[in-house]
Design a protein around this ligand. Structure first.
Ligand SMILES: *[C@@H]1O[C@H](CO)[C@@H](O)[C@H](O)[C@H]1NC(C)=O
Ligand SMILES: *[C@@H]1O[C@H](CO)[C@@H](O)[C@H](O)[C@H]1NC(C)=O
Ligand SMILES: *[C@@H]1O[C@H](CO)[C@@H](O)[C@H](O)[C@H]1NC(C)=O
Ligand SMILES: *[C@@H]1O[C@H](CO)[C@@H](O)[C@H](O)[C@H]1NC(C)=O
Length: 420
């Protein structure tokens, strides 16, 4: 060995050691019981029930099992801390977006997080989670760490199996025959898929309120998304081990590094804010630095590689259609060369669309197209704040004046005073 290659090997080893001490076990990123003393905000380390309790809200934890064995934690705030009246009926289900979890509805704190606002308005609020997030990383048969099959899903399965299981559970638990649904981005996408692919579930919802629904994604223009799409679409068929098939999980390198850096007030207001802006576009002052410090404790929350490839396919094709296996396998699976479109006609219950003009992930042109496909559209509402971005729906400090009044208007219209 020449001394030169010896130097290179030594350098590589040094880099490896640094990487390991930064990201590995017992590293500075390791989050443990004293993590708050390392500067992590308490809320970023809290799970849903703890976070709610931090602000005096009582939350319940429920366990829902899907037909194919996925075990999902679903949370309920039966009565908001500031609800002074009777609880209205029916119950409301609030569903998070891609790479988020139920906790995203708390991250903006009690004056802006929609889980706080909706429960304070006296609705029996249930907050769902889908498979692949840290609240949906269990299965009665499959082990997410060793069974590749666990990760063989995308939003199709969430719509066909996760949402119906949560609905069945809620209706059984509350004794109600119907419920109302509020879905953000993927949370709306999976509702349309449910209506298209199941029978009898769509009718169990009285009103379906959409925040930036990710159905067709023809005009998505977020630069980081457009850059990584080819990677996800082309690589997906080549992967096979569970370690590769799970992506952006909580506790993974990306989430750990993001929560480590962004817990710092200065970095949160600069580096992390710029990162969010690149992904999400810019709405000055809308997302508080404190919210940025907290949200990366819960974001990204994990999904399957296949799900990201599925989104990528939809952006490339410009169509709201099923997973594309390629011509020959499509014929085998669907009986057609092209994957079938989801049938939006089947979402025939009252629908309200709420969207922002500055949303680069779900473009307003795609929402307008969606509005022309729906047989029972009640209102398509453009948020009055022109800079309103995608993630503002969860994390803005202004939700109480921008989107909540519209959500409340329709929840109220389609519910009535109940008991309790
Ligand atoms: C949330 O934290 C509490 C402890 O405060 C724990 O009992 C509960 O199991 C946790 N829930 C989940 C879903 O992690
Ligand atoms: C939300 O806005 C309403 C009306 O402006 C106000 O009465 C209420 O206090 C606000 N709620 C929060 C949590 O800020
Ligand atoms: C329905 O709820 C009851 C208790 O209220 C419970 O015993 C039963 O297992 C539930 N059934 C299903 C299918 O969840
Ligand atoms: C939806 O219904 C309209 C009117 O009945 C029809 O023209 C259209 O082809 C339907 N679309 C689908 C996808 O079934």
């Amino acid at each position: 060995m020449t001394s030169k290659s010896g130097d290179v090997i030594f350098l590589l080893y040094l880099l490896f050691a640094m990487f390991k001490s930064t990201f590995g076990k017992n590293s500075v990123f390791e989050i443990d019981k004293d993590a708050t003393s390392k500067g992590y905000p308490r809320d970023s380390l809290s799970n849903f029930t703890e976070f709610a309790r931090n602000y005096g809200y009582k939350a319940e934890e429920h366990t829902v099992i899907t037909e194919d064995g996925y075990i999902l934690s679903v949370f309920r705030i039966p009565k908001g801390k500031n609800c002074r009246g009777r609880i209205r009926q029916p119950p409301v289900l609030l569903m998070h977006g891609l790479l988020q979890s139920s906790d995203s509805w708390l991250d903006a704190g009690p004056s802006a997080g929609l889980a706080f606002l909706i429960s304070d308005a006296c609705y029996d609020l249930w907050v769902g989670n889908v498979r692949g997030t840290y609240y949906g990383r269990r299965n009665v048969r499959l082990n997410p760490d060793t069974d590749a099959q666990f990760w063989n899903f995308d939003t199709h399965d969430m719509g066909k199996l996760d949402v119906p299981a949560i609905i069945d559970y809620m209706l059984n638990e509350t004794g109600s025959s119907k419920l109302n649904y509020v879905g953000f981005s993927q949370g709306a996408r999976i509702f349309y898929i449910m209506c298209s692919e199941t029978s009898g579930y769509c009718d169990k919802i009285i009103v379906f309120i959409n925040l930036a629904p990710a159905a067709r994604l023809k005009y998505t223009s977020s630069m980081p998304i457009l850059l990584v799409i080819p990677f996800f679409v082309l690589t997906e068929p080549l992967l096979s081990s569970p370690r590769e098939l799970e992506v952006f999980q909580k506790g993974g390198v990306i989430q750990k590094a993001a929560s480590f850096l962004c817990k710092d007030n200065i970095l949160a207001g600069t580096v992390c804010r710029v990162g969010l802006t690149l992904y999400n576009s810019y709405d000055p002052g809308s997302i508080l630095t404190q919210t940025i410090r907290v949200l990366f404790g819960h974001f990204p929350a994990g999904t399957s590689f296949r799900n990201l490839a599925f989104y990528g396919q939809n952006v490339v094709s410009g169509k709201f259609q099923k997973y594309d296996y390629g011509p020959s396998k499509n014929v085998e699976v669907y009986g057609t060369v092209q994957p079938p479109l989801y049938n939006l006609n089947r979402t025939n219950i009252p629908v309200v669309l709420i969207y922002g003009e500055n949303d680069v992930l779900v473009d307003s042109k795609d929402v307008q197209w969606l509005s022309t496909q729906l047989p029972n559209l009640i209102e398509s509402y453009q948020v009055r704040r022109l800079a309103w971005t995608h993630l503002d729906n969860c994390y803005s400090q202004y939700t109480n004046v921008t989107i909540f009044p519209k959500i409340h208007e329709y929840l109220q219209k389609y519910s009535k005073d109940g008991s309790v």
